[in-house]
Design a protein around this ligand. Structure first.
Ligand code: GDP
Ligand code: MG
Length: 715
């Protein structure tokens, strides 16, 4: 008994289906009609190896919409009869247009082979195709044929056998419709899956796409579903949402994205030595994705983004600070002086959360600038420009933007990893992002470099820290890619959706959607973190003081200077005896091999967990209060005069550098930890990140300090 096999020939009209069909079947064919419609159905059989193969020549179509009866017949046949193999016959001399249908078969998830027919004409035109590359991008085997000369028929038969016998593992490549549409699709798919019989018959992704395209035939089918109300109302909402963002019908955007996917794949795998059609987008791309100009233009744009963000946010940050101060005064006045509740509200909550809220303008503006680049279609090109470089470190072109954003703030950077499709690439990018030195670390560097390094080399020292952060990120990315997230790098298909002018509404929606995550974080995780740190550094509320300060201060009423000195001393002792002080003292020895081991520095580092710039603030508080040393009027002097337990001076350029390196690399702030939890949807990765970054920080600072000491630099 021979095994039976059904294969269907699909493709654009005049692509050569019938010629191929005749090649395969010879004379054994008959013509009938598809049930219920007057569309001709041509069938034929032939024998090959152990198989009796039934071939169906489907009507020619450009797409699989419900606009024509041919399209409906074709897709219903493929969905309902489930042929073992679908051969999409492509007119290679008109490749991009013919691949449009192929993307829809891919979406349907049918066992698909592409026959690149008319390859003789394409060749004459001067088209060269890297068939393996294209097959990899599309996730579909490709056989090139010349049906009129029976070229490639045997190869096609081999490929059919491979597929029928399950030797080819079907790869799932889906068109990237962009974040917005994808989110709506995923949402719809969830609901569609509830209808089991429906989900068993149609791939839910395909159904969802068809619904967003307002496919009448599918809508009619959905109306029969027991979930029809939920599904259709969701479709309506999604459509309205997409319309408001893109200012265009979803089906137009979807078509754009399919062509973007195709033209991206072809621009890498296909070369032509003749001029192709030039759309406006093609012309713009001639400059923006140019081999020589592409990179400088990209870097220039990024520079502009940062300039814009920081320039515009400066005054806004001043306002946030003002509001914070104002709130502090109001609540400070309302609550009893010197009480724990006053300290909690003013220092702990308003002060702590405020120091994080101050970044809100930067974050929103950064997202706004990113939205412009993304919605205009440029971001897809940027990823392509950076891809070669990023591939060297085992990452994807799309990982570059998040890395770059990290220089501003790691939090939006980690959120921006959502554009990375591949899970492994995305996780690695998230895990190494904290090493990119964010803006909040700058105050720490400015302070220590200013105190311990000559102005002449200050710039180089600062630069070296940024570079060190990047090197550690790259090395760790390589290591993670090698051991933790193994697997081949995902092939890069550059999507080239046409450029569009972004809509104002779309931009603001994008900015808001992302920015609000940061606000929520400030209201939750950061809030709790600040209260915790406040508690640690203020309790026990009434420690056992070494002196009876209250009486002494009262006695010193006349002498203002003495009174304030006593106040300071009291505050210092309170801090020293607080839980934070105790923890600082307990962990200080850990830092001895790194060159800085006093408890104040340790407390500063604990504070840095809330936000890195708090390191400076905490050091400032600790050094300003109660320092017996008269010389140490300012924090700068205090640091210069800081002594070790053995009486030697603690900070010199080497220890200062070691300290800065530690601040650069150790665990990210609580907001970043929170966002990693959110983006990876588990506590495992944020905890892992906090631990491994701190270990790396210790090791690198250790090597620098000990190596420097060995070389005699520590003097
Ligand atoms: P269909 O509409 O997809 O069934 O296409 P046909 O099989 O009817 O072919 C359309 C025309 O293209 C016919 O004139 C064929 O002779 C011609 N044709 C088909 N395949 C090839 C090919 O590989 N090379 C060339 N040069 N012509 C082809
Ligand atoms: Mg035909």
């Amino acid at each position: 008994m021979r095994k039976k096999l059904t294969i269907a020939l699909a493709g654009n009209p005049n692509s050569g289906k019938t010629t191929l069909f005749n090649n395969l079947t010879g004379a054994r064919q008959h013509v009938g009609n598809y049930p219920g419609v007057t569309v001709e159905k041509k069938e034929g059989t032939f024998k090959y190896k152990d198989y009796k193969i039934n071939v169906v020549d489907l009507p020619g179509t450009y797409s699989l919409t419900a606009y024509s009866i041919d399209e409906i017949v074709t897709r219903n046949f493929v969905i309902e009869e489930k042929p073992d193999v679908v051969i999409d016959v492509i007119d290679t001399s008109n490749l991009e247009r013919n691949l449009y249908l192929a993307t829809q078969f891919m979406e349907l998830g049918v066992p698909l082979i592409l026959a690149f027919n008319m390859s003789d004409i394409a060749k004459k035109q001067g088209t060269k195709i890297d068939q393996n590359k294209l097959a990899e991008f599309l996730g579909v085997p490709i056989v090139s044929t010349v049906a009129t000369k029976k070229v490639g028929t045997n190869e096609l038969l081999d490929e059919i056998m491979n597929m029928a016998e399950g030797e080819i593992e079907p790869k799932k490549v889906v068109v990237n419709y962009g974040k917005e549409i994808r989110e709506e699709l995923e949402n719809l798919e969830e609901i569609l899956k509830k209808d089991r019989p429906l989900a068993g018959k149609y791939p839910s992704r395909w159904l969802a796409v068809k619904l967003l395209e307002s496919d009448e035939d599918i809508v009619k089918k959905i109306e029969k579903s027991s979930f029809s109300e939920e599904i259709l109302s969701t479709v309506e909402k999604s459509t309205a949402h997409l319309k408001s963002i893109f200012d265009d019908e979803p089906d137009a955007i979807i078509a754009d994205r399919r062509y973007g996917f195709i033209s991206g794949a072809c621009s890498e795998a296909v070369s032509r030595n003749y001029e192709t059609r030039h759309t406006t987008s093609d012309k713009i791309d001639k400059v923006l994705v140019n081999r020589i100009l592409g990179l400088p233009i990209f870097l220039g744009l990024m520079w502009l983004v940062f300039r814009f963000t920081f320039k515009v946010s400066e005054p806004l940050m001043g306002w946030v600070e003002m509001i914070q101060e104002w709130l502090g005064n109001i609540f400070g006045g309302l609550l009893p002086d010197g009480s724990a509740i006053q300290s909690l509200v003013v220092d702990g909550i308003i002060g702590g959360v405020g120091s994080v809220l101050i970044f809100v303008p930067i974050i929103f503006l950064l997202f706004l600038a990113m939205a412009v680049l993304e919605d205009s279609g440029y971001m897809a090109r940027a990823a392509f420009i950076m891809d070669r470089l990023m591939h060297k470190i085992g990452l994807h072109g799309r990982s570059f933007i998040p890395m770059l954003l990290g220089f501003g703030c790691n939090l939006p950077a980690i959120m921006a990893t959502r554009t990375i499709e591949d899970r492994k690439d995305r996780f690695v990018t998230i895990l190494v992002n904290p090493f990119i030195s964010c803006g909040a670390r700058l105050p720490v560097y400015t302070l220590f470099i200013g105190v311990f390094f000559a102005e002449r080399i200050a710039g180089n020292v600062l630069f070296s820290l940024y570079i060190l952060g990047m090197i550690v990120a790259v090395v760790m990315a390589k290591i993670f890619r090698r051991f933790l997230f193994k697997g081949p790098a995902s092939p890069f298909v550059m999507e080239l959706p046409p450029y569009r002018i972004p809509t104002i509404k779309g931009l603001f929606i994008h900015m808001w959607e992302r920015g609000v995550v940061y606000l929520k974080k400030a209201g939750t995780v950061i809030f709790v973190g600040c209260v915790l740190i406040w508690f640690l550094s203020n309790f026990p509320w009434q420690p056992k003081y070494s002196k009876d300060y209250n009486t002494l201060i009262e006695q010193a009423q006349e002498n203002e200077e003495l009174a304030s000195k006593l106040e300071n001393e009291k505050a210092f002792e309170k801090m020293e005896k607080s839980y934070a002080g105790r923890i600082g003292r307990a962990i200080a020895p850990v830092f001895r091999p790194l060159g800085f081991d006093d408890w104040k520095t340790s407390v500063g580092l604990i504070g840095g967990f809330i936000a890195k710039e708090i390191v400076v603030g905490t050091l400032g508080t600790l050094h300003s209060v109660g320092e017996a040393d008269e010389e140490s009027k300012t924090l700068r002097q205090a640091l210069q005069n800081q002594k070790r337990s053995d009486g030697s001076k603690m900070y010199n350029p080497l220890t200062a550098y070691s300290f800065m390196v530690f601040v650069l690399l150790y665990m990210p702030c609580v907001a970043v930890i929170g966002v990693i939890k959110r983006e990876t949807n588990s506590w495992r990765w944020p905890i892992f990140t906090a631990v491994y970054t701190t270990v790396i920080a210790w090791v690198v600072a250790f090597v620098i300090y000990q190596g420097g000491t060995f070389l005699g630099l520590g003097l």
